[in-house]
Ligand binder design. Structure first.
Ligand code: 13P
Length: 252
């Protein structure tokens, strides 16, 4: 059976509660006819209540951009999966490259977050991707492999099957320089092959999103690749019309 496309928007640190509610309202109408694509948006955590309320019963799911591995405790400024789950959130991004580069999320921490997401009843979206330096140094597969084995360490096959993976080459994020469909497909196929260490159904089931300067103009070509099952969209997800166009491209 074909994998159902999954398009997610990562709003990063954009859209406070008021603007987030407005964008959610626009998305609700722009995506009203969608039945073929799984869609989620990841607002800043402070805007989640407004967005979750606005998107109730629309089929558009809400994702958290991050979570703390612990349930509760003396972790000033942090939010746990259990707290996020109370708002009806379905997914949690784990190990986004900005978390890795700017906030010290190592593979060990990312793995703890993936496990915390499952513990809280959230589905993890595990982000992986190489820097330009690593690509130029011929290390793409080694880097992705380390991020996959580190991030998924200790999970049961059924849990791995429920994870969404997002391949986001760091050099393509926010740069307008997207990976070519062939470049992206090559890494997606590598990831799918790597999943072959689990029982067969796992590699067949796991959805692998591409992320990095996905726009309405390049989405269809990327999403047509056999191992690209969706997209994790940054900048173009901040506009309802362009995000809806990317969702539409997933059904083409
Ligand atoms: P852009 O689409 O802005 O390049 O961001 C991609 C991304 O990091 C999504 O998580």
């Amino acid at each position: 059976m074909a994998r159902r496309p999954f398009i997610a928007g990562n709003w990063k640190m954009n859209k406070g509660p008021n603007e987030a509610d407005e964008l959610a309202r626009e998305l609700k109408s722009a995506l009203a006819g969608n039945t073929a694509v799984d869609v989620a948006v990841a607002p800043p955590s402070i805007s989640i209540p407004a967005v979750a309320a606005r998107l109730q019963h629309t089929g558009i799911q809400v994702a958290a951009q991050d979570l703390h591995p612990q349930v509760s405790g003396a972790f000033t400024g942090q939010i746990s999966g259990e707290m996020i789950r109370q708002l009806g959130v379905a997914y949690a991004l784990c190990g986004h490259s900005e978390r890795r580069a700017l906030f010290g999320d190592t593979d060990v921490i990312v793995n703890a977050k993936v496990k915390a997401a499952f513990r809280a009843g959230l589905l993890p979206v595990l982000c992986v991707g190489e820097t330009l330096e690593q690509r130029d140094g011929g290390q793409v597969e080694a880097v992705i492999e380390a991020q996959l084995s580190g991030g998924l360490e200790g999970l049961e096959a059924d849990q791995v099957a429920a994870v969404t993976l997002a391949y986001e080459p760091v050099w393509a994020i926010g740069t307008g320089r997207t990976a070519s469909p062939a470049q992206a497909q090559e890494v997606h196929a590598f990831i799918r092959g790597w999943l072959g260490r689990y029982p067969d159904y796992v590699a067949r089931t796991v959805r692998i999103q591409y992320g990095g300067s996905v726009k309405p103009g390049n989405a269809a070509e990327l999403l047509a690749q056999p191992d690209i099952d969706g997209a994790l969209v940054g900048g173009a997800a901040l506009n309802a019309e362009s995000f809806a166009a990317i969702v539409a491209a997933a059904t083409a």
